[in-house]
Design a protein around this ligand. Structure first.
Ligand SMILES: Nc1ncnc2c1ncn2[C@@H]1O[C@H](COP(=O)(O)OP(=O)(O)O)[C@@H](O)[C@H]1O
Ligand SMILES: Nc1ccn([C@H]2C[C@H](O)[C@@H](COP(=O)(O)OP(=O)(O)O)O2)c(=O)n1
Length: 383
C-alpha cells in the first residue's frame, strides 16, 4: 500500500526545487532589465505593459523564457498541484472522502490556468508584434491562475487548521481521562493475524482487548436467525459476544453483509469508543478502528497478508476446530469478504494515513508480534 506522506514530501520538495531553480537560473536572464516576467504579475497586465516588457527582453531572456523557464514552469506546477491536492485530500478525507476528493480538484483548476497562461505567453513571445487581444488573454489567464492558487492554498490552510484543532481537542479529552488512556487501533483483512497480534500486544502492555469483529459477528448471527439487523445491533449486549458458534464461516459471511449497513455501524460506534477510552489502555481490532472509530488512537497498525496465506491460515484453523472446509471455498470466502469490506461506502477497510503497515505473509507469529510491540512502543506505550 502506497503511503501518501512520502509522496507529499516528494512533490512538495520538487515544487520547492523548481522555484529555487527559476529564482537562481532563468529569472535573472528574463528579468535582466528589471521588469518582472509576466507570470508573476498576479494582478494582470495591460497590452502596453506587455510591449514594454518585450522591448526590455534581450535575446537571451527570450530564449530562456521559451526554453528552460517553460520546462520549469511546467514541472513546478505539476509538483505543486500534486502536493496541494494530496495534502487537501489527506486532511479532509478523514471526515469525508468525497468532499476531500472534490476539494483536491481546486489545485487542478490552478494548474489548468497556469498551463493556459504558459501557452499564451509563448504565443506572445513568438509573435513579431503581439496584438492587444493576445496580451489581454494572457493577462486573464494569469489573474485566474493567481486566484485559483490562492483558493487552493486557502483550502489547504483551513483543512490544516481544522486538523490541528481536532488534535488539540483530542489531547484535551485524553488528558481529562488520565495519562493511561492509550488506544491501539489494529485494522486489516480477514485472517491477517489481527486478533493474534492484538491479544499479544494487550497482554504485553497490560491493556484491555476488544475484537470488534465479534460485534458484527454477533449481529450477523442474530440476522441469520431471522432478526432485523438494526434492531439486533441496537439490542446488542456484552454477553452476546460470548455466544456459541460466532467463529464459523457462515457467521463471518453474515457479519460482512450486515457490516455494509451504515445504521448497523452507527449503532455499534458508542460501545467501541467507550471501550477505547477506558483508563488503563485498550487494544481494538477490526476494519475501521484507526480510520473511523478511533482516529485519535496513539498507535495504529494495519496488519495484512496475501489472500492465499490468509486463506490457508483460516482453513487450518477451521479444520483444527473440527469444522468442514475446503481450501478453495475458504479462499473464495476470504476474497469475497475482502472485496465487500474494502468496497463498501461506509467505513471501508483501508489503512489510516498514519498507520504502521505490517505484512505478515512471510512472518512467524513471533516476528509479527515483535514488530507490532515495537511499533506501539515507538508511539510511547510502556509495558
Ligand atoms: N504471522 C503468522 N504466521 C502464521 N500464522 C498466523 C500468523 N498470525 C496469525 N496466524 C494464524 O492465522 C489464523 C488467523 O489469525 P487471527 O489472528 O485470528 O486473524 P484475524 O484476527 O486477522 O482474523 C490463526 O489461526 C493464527 O494462529
Ligand atoms: N470493525 C469491524 C470489524 C469487523 N467488520 C466486519 C467485516 C468482517 O468481514 C466481519 C467479520 O470480522 P472479523 O474481524 O471477525 O473477521 P476475521 O476474524 O478477520 O475473519 O465483520 C467490520 O466491518 N468492521
Amino acid at each position: 500500500m502506497l503511503r501518501s506522506g512520502p509522496l507529499l514530501a516528494f512533490f512538495g520538495l520538487t515544487a520547492l526545487a523548481g522555484l529555487i531553480a527559476m529564482r537562481i537560473w532563468t529569472l535573472p536572464m528574463i528579468e535582466a532589465a528589471g521588469l518582472p516576467m509576466l507570470d508573476v504579475r498576479m494582478g494582470g497586465y495591460t497590452p502596453d505593459e506587455v510591449r514594454a516588457f518585450l522591448a526590455s527582453l534581450g535575446a537571451e531572456g527570450r530564449a530562456a523564457y521559451l526554453g528552460p523557464q517553460r520546462v520549469l514552469d511546467t514541472l513546478m506546477p505539476v509538483a505543486l498541484t500534486a502536493a496541494l491536492g494530496l495534502l487537501i485530500y489527506r486532511l479532509v478525507a478523514r471526515w469525508s472522502w468525497w468532499i476531500g476528493a472534490a476539494l483536491a480538484l481546486v489545485p487542478l483548476v490552478y494548474f489548468a490556468f497556469d498551463m493556459l497562461e504558459n501557452a499564451q505567453v509563448a504565443v506572445i513571445l513568438r509573435a513579431p508584434a503581439p496584438s492587444d487581444t493576445m496580451a489581454e488573454t494572457a493577462s486573464r489567464y494569469t489573474v485566474a491562475k493567481a486566484e485559483a492558487l490562492r483558493a487552493a492554498v486557502a483550502v489547504a490552510l483551513v483543512a490544516l487548521a481544522a486538523r490541528a484543532g481536532e488534535r488539540a481537542l483530542g489531547r484535551g479529552r485524553k488528558k481529562g481521562k488520565g495519562p493511561m488512556a492509550f488506544t491501539v487501533a489494529i485494522d486489516g483483512p480477514a485472517a491477517a493475524g489481527k486478533g493474534t497480534i492484538a491479544r499479544a500486544v494487550a497482554a504485553h502492555f497490560g491493556f484491555a482487548y476488544l475484537d470488534t469483529g465479534l460485534l458484527y459477528r454477533a449481529v450477523g448471527a442474530k440476522v441469520t436467525e431471522g432478526a432485523d439487523p438494526l434492531e439486533a445491533a441496537q439490542a446488542l449486549r456484552a454477553e452476546d459476544l460470548n455466544a456459541e458458534g460466532l467463529r464459523t464461516q457462515a457467521v463471518a459471511e453474515a457479519a460482512s453483509r450486515v457490516a455494509v449497513n451504515p445504521q448497523v455501524r452507527a449503532a455499534l460506534v458508542d460501545f467501541q469508543r467507550a471501550f477505547a477510552a477506558r483508563a488503563g489502555g485498550a487494544v481494538l481490532d477490526g476494519r475501521d478502528i484507526g480510520t473511523v472509530i478511533c482516529p485519535e488512537a496513539q498507535a495504529k497498525l494495519f496488519v495484512t497478508a496475501s489472500p492465499e496465506v490468509r486463506a490457508e491460515r483460516r482453513y487450518l484453523e477451521l479444520v483444527e476446530g473440527g469444522h468442514e472446509a475446503t481450501r478453495e471455498a475458504v479462499l473464495d470466502d476470504v476474497k469475497a469478504r475482502d472485496a465487500r469490506d474494502s468496497e463498501r461506502a461506509t467505513a471501508p477497510l483501508r489503512p489510516a494515513d498514519d498507520a504502521v503497515v505490517i505484512d505478515t505473509s512471510e512472518m512467524s507469529i513471533k516476528e509479527a508480534v515483535a514488530a507490532a510491540i515495537g511499533a506501539v512502543e515507538a508511539r510511547g506505550a510502556k509495558a
